[in-house]
Design a binder for this molecule. Structure first.
Ligand SMILES: C[S@@+](CC[C@H](N)C(=O)[O-])C[C@H]1O[C@@H](n2cnc3c(N)ncnc32)[C@H](O)[C@@H]1O
Length: 313
């Protein structure tokens, strides 16, 4: 799906925006009674003006089918083609498709999303996968059960906290966020997966606030996908990304305010051997190396610096 935070995708996004001619020829046209249509045909007309994956996602949502079924000669009822066209029009006007459907996938589950929370990104799925792999291997080495005590800092929809609780049935997660509105959405997601007994939600803005400080020296994992976009870059983000909460994106002048805070104050919360795992902007390599020379910095699937892992000695 579209909506990456990196600005380099803007040109690609612009290329996919509808032209005036396309709007009048195809899916932008909503007047008149909608008629039945072949799903693949409907999609090929939509993708002239928006990313194919977004159009597929909307149609899969409306029809309750999997992607491959869209291309198996499926006929879309007239009333659904009308709804599809209306959603496409709103997506073309810049509303993220995940806010239109109210749902976003994350690893092997979905979370409810709306404008109060960031739409989870594939890079963050990768942060969780790599973190889980590191913890599993250290659990094996130490021959202890993974009864993890973790903090998810800046939980948003709750996706990271939920993924950890699902991966480690013994895990207890404190999920914090500065935004009360985001915490309300996270609570909805936590309840949906029956995890309220193992994921506690709390409002906090820094690792040394009392709610976290009482875990000082005892945490196995502090994980975060903090806001990390430099303020000056916000205005250049794709317009659909700009619909997401500013608090979830704006990382200060260099984008590193919260990254630096976590590197400075996070390790004190960890037990010896505990892990700090942070998603970072591709420009933050130098900041991380300066503040935490022992951190391992890893690249994402696009080859950009994206993850910092630090073990407490
Ligand atoms: C990039 S979003 C990540 C949301 C979610 N964890 C994810 O990966 O999709 C960052 C989150 O951090 C929260 N946040 C921003 N500043 C914060 C602060 N100082 N303390 C705690 N949370 C903060 C935002 O409200 C937002 O929900």
């Amino acid at each position: 799906m579209s909506g990456r935070i990196e600005p380099t995708t803007k040109a690609a996004r612009n290329r996919s925006l509808t032209t005036k001619t396309q709007r009048h020829k195809g899916l932008g046209r909503t007047a008149g009674r909608a008629s039945r249509a072949d799903a693949a045909e409907l999609l090929s007309r939509a993708t002239g003006s928006m990313p194919c994956s977004d159009a597929e996602y909307l149609l899969m949502y409306l029809l309750g089918v999997r992607r491959h079924e869209l291309y198996s000669g499926l006929t879309v009822p007239g009333r659904t083609t009308g709804r599809f066209r209306r959603l496409v029009a709103r997506a073309k006007a810049g509303k993220p498709v995940q806010y239109l459907t109210g749902s976003a996938p994350f690893l092997d589950f979905d979370v409810a999303v709306d404008r109060r929370v960031l739409i989870p990104r594939p890079e963050t799925e990768e942060l969780v996968s790599r973190t889980v792999a590191r913890i599993r291997s250290s659990c094996k080495l130490q021959a202890v059960s993974c009864e993890l005590s973790a903090v998810d800092f800046g939980t948003g929809s709750g996706c990271i906290a939920i993924a950890l609780a699902r991966a480690f049935p013994g895990a207890k997660v404190l999920a914090v966020d500065a935004s009360k509105a985001a915490l309300a959405k996270a609570a909805q997601n936590v309840a949906r997966y029956g995890l309220a007994g193992r994921i506690r939600l709390a409002q906090a803005r820094a690792p040394d606030e009392p709610v976290m400080n009482r875990l000082r020296g005892r945490l196995d994992l502090l994980i975060s996908n903090p806001p990390y976009v430099p303020t000056s870059r916000l205005a250049r983000l794709d317009r659909n990304v700009r619909r997401e909460p500013k608090l979830a994106l704006d990382g200060g002048p260099k984008g590193a305010n919260i990254v630096a805070m976590l590197l400075a104050r996070g390790p004190g919360l960890l037990r010896p051997g505990g892990l700090l795992a942070i998603e970072i902007d591709s420009t933050h390599e130098a900041v991380v190396r300066k503040l935490a020379p022992a951190a391992e910095i890893e690249r994402d699937f696009a080859g950009r610096f994206r993850y910092a892992f630090l073990r407490r000695c």
